[in-house]
Design a protein around this ligand. Structure first.
Ligand code: 8YV
Length: 318
């Protein structure tokens, strides 16, 4: 039997790539020097797409795939795939929920500690020989007793909240759908959460509903001692406003795993010692990426054997 044609938008772990090669006629979009010509050549046979959370499925790519049936996302975020358009075309979609929750929460905790306790700064301080020449590095900030305000209290937000409680932090959140039974204080809007928080942590889903939510007014409300952590999507933070706030002491610092136009990072941030940067690596452990890859493979094989998905995404009704 012919292997189904699969367009792979971005690379995954080598084992996953090998398994995809075995089961499918694969087409590697990220390697194509001329995407339009490549899509012109292979687009009409592609029945499935495998992509990651950041790259998603750009509209011009979807438009070139006339017989597309299924999109499997190697990630939990859905913001880079037009779900309404998938629904309209009868294309089904899967993602990789749950398996990355703990690692993303760990990265949020790690970034927060790195920011407040200046872990990366201290590392640079020792390596540069400042310790022996200048003595102790500047004092840092205790997290225990402070309030963490979490924007988006879904799976990752709650998992991070549990970790922050272990640091004796008070956990508060804002979310249009507060989880049932939570004992943490829920704020009706981001502005009031930022006012109450010492640390604002972004774990909300990306997309049009959250674009630019963390803006200069929110950062102003967070205040000069306030810190910002983002482990979800760069689009949620207005990066121009963030750079301005950091340059002008409106907040104390930021720790960021995600950026609006990855892999570019606003150059001003590279120069700031009160900023901790990570290359969108929150789910990037061998274990989690292995489980995400397995879910990609499971969803594809299930779809091409019985037309169903293991971890389907609920699409909007059209
Ligand atoms: C991944 C992500 O880094 O889950 C998501 O939505 O953005 C991340 O877990 C990505 O999908 C893998 O490249």
């Amino acid at each position: 039997m012919n292997k189904p044609d699969l367009l792979i938008v971005a690379p995954m772990m080598p084992d996953v790539m090998t398994a995809l090669e075995r089961g499918f006629q694969t087409h590697r979009l990220w390697e194509a020097p001329d995407r339009a010509a490549f899509l012109n050549e292979v687009g009409a046979t592609v029945r499935g797409v495998a992509t990651n959370g950041g790259a998603g499925l750009p509209r011009e790519v979807m438009d070139a795939l006339s017989v597309l049936e299924v999109v499997v996302i190697y990630g939990v975020g859905l913001d880079a795939v037009d779900l309404a358009e998938c629904a309209r075309r009868g294309v089904v979609v899967s993602n990789t929920p749950d398996v990355l929750t703990a690692d993303v929460a760990d990265q949020g905790l790690g970034l927060l500690l790195a920011l407040a306790r200046r872990v990366a700064y201290g590392d640079r301080y020792v390596r540069a020989g400042h310790w022996s020449r200048q003595g102790e590095m500047p004092l840092t900030t205790r997290l225990g007793g402070k309030t963490a305000g979490i924007l988006g209290f879904g799976r990752v937000g709650q998992a991070l909240g549990r970790r922050l409680e272990a640091l004796d932090m008070t956990v508060a959140f804002t979310d249009p759908y507060p989880p049932a039974g939570t004992t943490h204080k829920s704020y009706p809007d981001l502005h009031s959460l930022a006012e109450a928080a010492d640390v604002l942590i972004v774990t909300a889903a990306g997309g049009s509903g959250t674009r630019g939510l963390v803006d200069s007014a929110v950062l102003e409300a967070l205040g000069p001692q306030g810190m910002l952590v983002n482990v979800s999507r760069g689009s949620i933070v207005n990066e121009g406003d963030l750079v301005f706030a950091l340059q002008n002491g409106k907040i104390a610092g930021a720790a960021l795993d995600v950026f609006a136009a990855e892999p570019s990072v606003p150059p001003e941030l590279l120069e700031m010692d009160n900023v901790v940067l990570a290359p969108h690596a929150a789910s990037g452990t061998l274990e989690t990426r292995g489980e995400m890859g397995q879910l990609v493979l499971d969803n594809l094989s299930q779809y091409f054997s019985d037309g169903t998905l293991k971890t389907p995404v609920r699409l909007p009704s059209v």
